[in-house]
Write a new protein. Structure first.
Lengths: 510, 718
């Protein structure tokens, strides 16, 4: 049995952390050491838009120490990621270069969706998670600047929403009026309510949320005061709310003391309490669960999964497709036609395997694009491709990275446009991704053409590759002149990309 | 609910009345008195009794330098706040002065009236007046002076051009009044000379009678020959004296860039602290005393006239004289810990289960071995340890340095602020740094008092952590004299906590939660109060409730108030407190259920045990903290639970044996005095002796392998 000692480093907005764990195939990941150091990168990043020399210096110093600690454990591998904070500053590349040169640590910057996905992977390692999402659950991840809520029903992801409402953001908004009022909980509540109201109206109608799973700052400290928990580690919402209601009348000093926070009057604790209270009320779940995982746990799980040393009980790919379907349904773009295109593009993709050389992940991206390719009609019948692209880019889908989102968006966008040059996507995609987009767009175009009339005329579609020809055999009882006739027009790019010519063979069924 | 709270607050106030508390300094003096009492115990071998006198003397020195000095500071600063017993600093100083004089009185009457005659009976003579020497002895002494003493003396005269010199803290000196030989006016001049500390205070000289052992005090040799130091003068008179200075270090850590340098600077300053005590011989010349008094700026009440040799700590040297075994306790050899076979893999032994160590009954060697083996073990990745007071030439330091040289990650927290050991600590710290260890010089504003050592080992099935936690310092010398408890474990939960402790000490964030350990200054007081409150809850519900605790000192107001509340609720509380105890027993309605005993024995009681009944789900903790504000608020301390049933039984047994001790126990009485137990008609139990015997018994007997061996002759080959 192989055991790997792995180090996960994360550079966050106010903390840099290192977690050393042992990964053994088929066993639970074992935490060894968890070191955290406070560095207020967020302050510079949010105020100045760049991170100053002193903080970079401090960051490098801590990372150097981390490097020594990693060496001390003789770690076999490590991953170092940075989040939002570094992504949004003007001197991002220089900082990364400085870190690499001075500490020998290679840092990758994560997009929001990648970050969240890693967190979900850590969640999915615990058996409770699968049980909870079967019964209906909301994962609420509260950060400094924003939060993300994902809803699950019957074990499937329904939606993920990014809300610009975070503890630090609330605090900053309130700061300006703090002196005007003695109790600013009401003001915080109003701010929070406005955002949550919309979320509830659109997404929570008809949903049954039994569990709220909280990730994020301060919640760990808050639930620590509950010594009694249910068997699965959850807390009854009523009890939770009772305490929060009591606290929302207290000052930050009083709560900080009760929670034993290192900072004696933590300015963020009151916004946190109000925010968690309102979220719990709004989501109206029976129980809340605070698993206590951190992004470092996510990084470890992600690595272990990529090395195939662990497997999740939860199928994230299904989640992605499900979330895409919910999204399409929301924009009334999910129809029989969508299903037909989805099934046909999959058939073509599989038949073309030898030629296109793409894998499972690209297949999934194609399917997501197929599901979403029509959703722009909800906004406008003219130029629906552009609208579909915008919808894709504005929507969070768990487990789809920023780059992948761009890929899906471009496929959707160019499916109904004549052709796509690298110049069209330059700056957003690298060449390899451009190739993926081109190939998948070509396939989707063919699939789309096969249901041109939106009447699902074809049954029993089969596709097979014969030398330089892709033979699509269809069974149909109807007149398919339209499809047959229009195919060559859509096949242009297909031929261009793959040097393979698609052809339809008809098997008449009566 | 609010009403209830108010009621609680009132109740709390009730338990905070100053008359329910004893002043900590006066309580400490009582402790020193108990030690002195051992010197008066006729059942104790003579040299042991000398040792106890010496201990009371050095205890008193430290007490003055630290406690009295800071009270003086408070008076100077006109600090008016009262202590828990409602006394101002000035009132405390007055009371201390009175009690100290009484103590010194007893100290010297014990020495003069009992010990010196008894020594004489045993043919041991201490000459403390050179006038008593025989002719032969005089000759010997004078030669000794010429050859050994004279070269290291630095006499210093005081006149208009030579100011009063710096008299070193705690050093013994001889002051003399001189007149110029050719000057007939008889004008008196003052001179002083330090009794050199590099030479032994006691010098063995040829006996007057055959078979006798005779010693003379060094200052007497100097006094006798003092005229040789001032050749052009007549010596009018010469008397020894000693001063004590304010030694409390105050370091502004925020300002101090490098703690190491700052402490070195402060150490030099300590020589110059305010003089707070002057000891002179009783029959000192009045003119001489006046000069000393004026130049040292010392108040009348701080002058102690001593009836006998000044500074009795030299008796510790007498304790160690050759051929004195008959007058000492047979020395106890620390026994092997049964679970650990010397020379074998200590990590394997720990893997078999937690191991309890009880020093000095059991040897400290496993702890030294733990680090030594780790330093050489190729599988060991890291060693982390806190060092507070280390012995000279510590094998632990050597092993840590070796480990670093062997490429292991070694982190050591050296507490530079350990009082009176600062100089020592700086030397070790530098040595370790040179060897490549990562040395942390403590935390700003906090002393690191916790005793913890962690060894991280990469084993076949992953990383495993071995932890030693203790109540005493990592000091192999004091481990032979102090009673302490330690525990080896490789429990995963404690290992994780240990790693977190060192992360915290290295300046990283506190862990999100602790598994097992309770760490001061942040969590400890709350936890103790919670544990006491839990017993109160059980008592209120009519269930059995008790607390049995052992520590060095108890003077934390909150904890005492909580104990009073517990006693009032019916919780039975038994405390074994060696030193200071600000709690009073037997106050009606307040502390009737509390019993306090102090054990003063051959070994210094040092272990801390906290045992809570918890309605049958007993919890036992051990650790480095006393129930003192400084332990709970200003130090990094660790309290750890003993969870292994076997170990819990061992600790329970230790506690019960101490509570049954009727030989060395002093019971705190209602009026604040301590009294020994009336032993008549009782089976005597001396807990320390009992533990010695038990430790010997626990060692597995060597099987004599030769007994069963039979040589088998070979058969002839056919």
């Amino acid at each position: 049995m192989k055991t790997i000692t792995f180090a996960a480093i994360y550079i966050g907005s106010h903390e840099v952390s290192l977690k050393v764990s042992e990964i053994t195939s088929g066993r639970k990941i074992r935490p060894i050491d968890y070191v955290r150091s406070n560095i207020d990168l967020g302050r510079d990043a949010y105020r100045k838009g760049m991170i100053g020399y002193e903080l970079v210096e401090e960051l490098c110093q801590v990372l150097k120490e981390f490097y020594t600690i990693m060496n001390g454990y003789k770690v076999d591998a490590y991953k170092a990621y940075a989040g939002n904070t570094l992504r949004n500053v003007s001197n991002e590349v220089f900082i990364l270069d400085q870190i690499r040169l001075r500490t020998k640590i290679d840092v990758t910057v994560l997009s929001n969706s990648e970050y969240r996905f890693m967190e979900y992977k850590a969640l999915a390692m615990s058996p409770e998670f699968e049980k909870m999402i079967q019964k209906g659950a909301a994962i609420v991840d509260v950060g400094g600047g924003s939060m993300q809520i994902s809803l699950f029903q019957k074990g499937k992801a329904v939606t993920t929403q990014h809300i610009e409402l975070g503890i630090m953001r609330i605090r900053e908004k309130i700061l300006k009026i703090e002196n005007l009022v003695s109790h600013y909980e009401t003001q915080i509540q109003e701010l929070v309510d406005k955002e949550l109201e919309i979320f509830r109206r659109i997404y929570l109608e008809g949903m049954e949320v039994k569990y709220v799973i909280f990730l994020g700052d301060y919640i760990g400290e808050i639930v620590k005061s509950f010594s009694k928990k249910e068997e699965d580690g959850t807390i009854e919402t009523e009890r939770f709310l009772k305490l929060l209601k009591k606290w929302s009348k207290k000052t930050s000093e009083e709560i900080s003391e009760e929670l034993n926070l290192p900072n004696e009057h933590d300015p963020l604790i009151v916004p946190s309490v109000v925010l968690y209270k309102r979220l719990t009320e709004e989501l109206n779940a029976g129980y809340i669960w605070v698993p206590g995982y951190t992004i470092n746990d996510g990084i470890v799980c992600d690595y272990a999964e990529r090395r195939r040393m662990v497997s999740f009980g939860h199928n994230f790919e299904e989640d992605i497709l499900n979330a895409a379907k919910s999204l399409a349904e929301r924009y009334q773009g999910y129809s029989k036609h969508t299903e037909a295109v989805l099934s046909m593009c999959t058939i073509v993709f599989d038949a073309m395997k030898k030629v296109h050389g793409m894998g499972k992940r690209e297949r999934l991206l194609l399917q997501v694009a197929a599901v979403l390719h029509d959703c722009g009609r909800y906004i406008s019948l003219v130029d629906q491709a552009e609208r579909s692209y915008q919808i894709v880019m504005a929507s969070e889908i768990i487990g789809v990275s920023q780059l992948e989102r761009e890929i899906i968006g471009d496929i959707v966008r160019y499916t109904s446009k004549p052709s796509l040059t690298y110049g069209d996507v330059n700056g957003k995609l690298d060449q390899a991704s451009y190739m993926v987009v081109s190939k998948l767009t070509a396939i989707l175009k063919i699939a789309n053409a096969l249901d041109r009339s939106h009447k699902q005329k074809f049954k029993g579609v089969k596709a097979s590759l014969r030398q330089r020809e892709l033979v699509i055999t269809v069974e149909s009882s109807e007149d398919i002149v339209l499809e047959k006739g229009l195919l060559p027009a859509y096949a242009n790019s297909f031929e261009e990309v793959f040097s393979v010519k698609p052809a339809i063979r008809e098997k008449k069924v009566f | 609910m609010d009403k209830e709270k108010e009621k609680d607050k009132e109740k709390d106030k009730e338990f905070l009345k100053p008359e329910y508390y004893e002043n900590r300094e006066l309580s400490w003096l009582k402790f020193n008195y108990r030690v002195l009492n051992e010197a008066r115990d006729k059942n104790i071998p003579l040299l042991e009794r000398l040792k106890f006198v010496s201990i009371t003397s050095s205890n008193l020195d430290e007490f003055f330098m630290v406690r009295v000095a800071s009270l003086k500071d408070m008076v100077h600063a006109e600090y008016k706040k009262k202590d828990i017993a409602g006394m101002t600093a000035k009132e405390q100083l007055e009371a201390i002065n009175k009690d100290t004089r009484a103590l010194v009185e007893v100290q010297y009457s014990t020495y003069n009236r009992s010990l010196v005659p008894l020594l004489h009976n045993h043919d041991i003579q201490i000459i403390d007046a050179h006038e008593d020497l025989t002719e032969a002895q005089e000759e010997y002494v004078d030669r000794y002076f010429e050859e050994a003493v004279y070269p290291v003396l630095t006499p210093m005269a005081v006149d208009a051009s030579r100011p009063f010199p710096l008299i070193r803290n705690k050093s013994l000196n001889i002051a003399a009044l001189l007149t110029k030989k050719e000057d007939n006016k008889g004008e008196l001049e003052f001179a002083t000379v330090q009794v050199p500390s590099v030479l032994s205070r006691i010098v063995q000289i040829p006996p007057a009678e055959e078979g006798c052992k005779t010693f003379i005090l060094l200052e007497q040799i100097i006094e006798r020959n003092i005229h040789r130091l001032f050749l052009n003068y007549n010596v009018v008179c010469a008397y020894p004296y000693r001063i004590m200075r304010n030694a409390d270090l105050s370091i502004d850590e925020d300002e101090a860039e490098d703690l190491l340098q700052e402490i070195q600077k402060q150490l030099k300053k300590r020589q110059w602290g305010e003089v707070i005590r002057l000891e002179v011989e009783e029959k000192v010349d009045k003119r001489l005393l006046k000069i000393l008094q004026d130049d040292l700026h010392i108040a009348q009440e701080d002058i102690f006239k001593i009836n006998g040799p000044i500074d009795l700590t030299f008796l510790m040297k007498m304790y160690g004289i050759e051929d004195g075994d008959a007058l000492r306790y047979p020395s106890h050899k620390p026994q092997r810990v049964p679970q650990i076979v010397p020379g074998e893999d200590i990590f394997e032994a720990i893997r078999k289960g937690d191991i309890l160590l009880h020093h000095p009954y059991q040897t400290f060697d496993p702890v030294v071995d733990f680090i030594r083996q780790a330093a050489k073990d190729p599988d060991v990745l890291a060693i982390k340890q806190t060092l507070y007071r280390v012995s000279g030439n510590s094998p632990i330091i050597a092993s840590l340095a070796q480990a670093a040289e062997n490429g292991k990650q070694v982190s050591v927290l050296v507490e530079l602020k350990a009082r009176f050991d600062e100089e020592n600590n700086i030397v070790w710290a530098k040595k370790l740094e040179k060897a490549g260890c990562h040395v942390i010089y403590g935390l700003v504003g906090l002393k690191t008092h916790s005793k913890i050592a962690l060894v991280v080992r990469k084993e076949e099935d992953g990383i495993r952590r071995y932890v030693h936690l203790g109540t005493g310092n990592y000091n192999d010398s004091t481990a032979k004299l102090y009673t302490d408890l330690g525990m080896f474990t490789c429990s995963e939960a404690i290992g994780e906590d240990a790693t977190a402790v060192f992360n915290m000490l290295s300046g990283y964030s506190e862990p999100l939660s602790w598994n097992k350990l309770v760490v001061a200054p942040i969590w400890l007081r709350k936890r103790f109060l919670k544990l006491i409150k839990r017993e109160i809850k059980h008592a209120n519900a009519g269930r059995e409730a008790f607390i049995k605790a052992k520590m060095n000192s108890l003077c934390d107001r909150d904890i005492i108030a909580a104990l009073y509340e517990a006693s009032a609720a019916g919780v039975q509380i038994d405390l074994v407190i060696r030193g200071i105890c600000c709690l009073k027993t037997g106050i009606p309605g307040v502390s009737e259920n509390i019993r306090v005993r102090s054990i003063v024995g051959n070994f210094l009681e040092h272990s801390r045990i906290f045992w809570f009944h918890n309605d049958g789900q007993e919890e036992i903790y051990m650790g480095s903290a006393d129930w003192m504000p400084r332990n709970l608020d200003r130090r990094v301390e660790i309290i750890f639970p003993v969870e292994n049933e076997r170990l819990m039984d061992q600790v329970r047994h230790i506690m019960e044996t101490q509570l049954a001790d009727n030989t060395k126990s002093h019971i705190l009485q209602k009026d604040g005095h301590y009294e020994k137990i009336d032993k008549r008609g009782k089976k005597l139990l001396n807990s320390q002796q009992q533990f010695c015997k038990e430790a010997e018994k626990a060692v597995p007997k060597k099987v004599n392998a030769y007994q069963d061996r039979v040589f088998i002759p070979a058969e002839p080959v056919e």
